[in-house]
Design a protein around this ligand. Structure first.
Ligand SMILES: Nc1ncnc2c1ncn2[C@@H]1O[C@H](COP(=O)(O)OP(=O)(O)OP(=O)(O)O)[C@@H](O)[C@H]1O
Ligand SMILES: Nc1ncnc2c1ncn2[C@@H]1O[C@H](COP(=O)(O)OP(=O)(O)OP(=O)(O)O)[C@@H](O)[C@H]1O
Ligand SMILES: [Mg+2]
Ligand SMILES: [Mg+2]
Lengths: 226, 226
């Protein structure tokens, strides 16, 4: 369903820094892939390339047969809206909208009616344990609560592919495991594809494959049960 | 050295939410205290009260005999600058300053010469593994790299008290343990007092005491070896 073909992303600050260096990765429909690796190894950069939030200097990304290099910015945004749910490493919630409104927004953009969107948003927020905080603004929520709102916003539209960047980084171990369990449940029951970046070694038991990054390259790929 | 006496902090959004509810905590000079507890249990709020970044509705905080309730905003800021190093949960780095400049700033405010401040800042950034990123702006760093800059900024002035909010939340397990080890080393060699909020259970082995928060209250206090 989603494939990176020899993608490279570098920055030029005096010297050239290769955040992602000649990476190829093919993700099957319905798969749950964990991406791990040291801080600064290129995980976030790779995830942004897979979501079309950033463009590679060379190589290409293909989602359901569509090549990102052939799409305009608008085309990429439309593809993302229809097929991808993204959880940013630092949430990117809209500060002046409540938790509920932040989750309703992508549903309304996808054409859902206001009443249906609120109902779906409320139910996903309750699933992540925030039923009692739905009318709070992001600034009135703790770090972990904001993170769970960001997760709810990505899951609510039931996207074909969920790309999540450290979704449990600010959660205590119970809430973190509960969230990973929720991903696995959605992955298995709805067949949605998950690519999750995490430093949490416990997530390995939820994944079909574990991709280990190092210095912008894929260093190792481990298959579960393999 | 640092004492919270029956502090309460609540928010009124229709209902009253007690983020911190009648909490008393005395921290000895040179102690290493870990604060843990579920997401939303009041850890960040308590740390902000201890740093004078937020004022309690009732109760008081006392640092080295000085009552926060007697101090003006300027007085609190001066006390913070002289005695406290703070690591924010989401870093609060100055976006248009490089990593080096972000760490130099508190040193210059403390009266250090430009050359000395740069030397000290460079050495602390190297200690946290960022010698190769000192001229990057926060937007040109990964999540974990930004977090390490925030830690370096808090440690550089060698403050009497270090208050750190999830300092390893965005780090891989090696970098996280290395940072916790650095805190412990500074705590034991320089006698600086540490209060660290973390969900990472491995930090318990570094702490003298573990304070467990729940629903705004202290639920449990465990002493190491106790
Ligand atoms: N400005 C605010 N208005 C209303 N409620 C707030 C506000 N700030 C925080 N809260 C609430 O106070 C509670 C405590 O928040 P706090 O940030 O201290 O939690 P925390 O223990 O640090 O959680 P985390 O581990 O998720 O960072 C939360 O339930 C939060 O919703
Ligand atoms: N705009 C930029 N300019 C220069 N270098 C950058 C820029 N953005 C990222 N980098 C560098 O690219 C490398 C990869 O960054 P990336 O954010 O992908 O790492 P990561 O694996 O997500 O790390 P973390 O676990 O700390 O979040 C880092 O070393 C970082 O310093
Ligand atoms: Mg990252
Ligand atoms: Mg917090």
């Amino acid at each position: 369903i989603l494939r990176a073909v020899s993608v490279t992303r570098a920055y030029h600050l005096g010297e050239t820094i290769y955040a992602v260096h000649d990476v190829s990765l093919a993700i099957d429909r319905g798969e749950f892939v964990l991406v791990t690796g040291p801080s600064g190894s290129g995980k976030t950069t790779l995830l942004h390339l897979l979501a079309g939030l950033d463009r590679p200097m060379s190589g290409d990304v293909i989602l359901d047969g569509t090549r990102y290099s052939r799409l305009s910015e608008n085309g990429l945004a439309k593809l993302r809206r229809e097929k991808i749910g993204f959880v940013f490493q630092f949430f990117n919630l809209i500060p002046h909208l409540t938790a509920l409104e932040n989750v309703v927004l992508p549903l309304r953009l996808a054409g859902m009616s206001p009443a249906q969107a609120r109902e779906r948003a409320r139910s996903v927020l309750e699933t992540v344990g925030l039923g009692h905080r739905i009318n709070h603004l992001p600034g009135q929520l703790s770090g972990g609560e904001q993170q769970r709102v960001a997760v709810a916003r990505a899951l609510a539209p039931r996207p074909a592919v969920v790309l999540a960047d450290e979704p449990t980084g600010n959660l205590d171990s119970n809430a973190g495991l509960a969230l990973a369990g929720l991903f696995r449940k959605v992955n298995q029951e709805q067949g949605q594809t998950f690519v999750v970046v995490s430093h949490d070694p416990r997530l390995e038991e939820f994944a079909d494959r574990v991709v280990v990054m190092g210095d912008g390259r894929i260093q190792d790929v481990r298959v579960r049960g393999g």
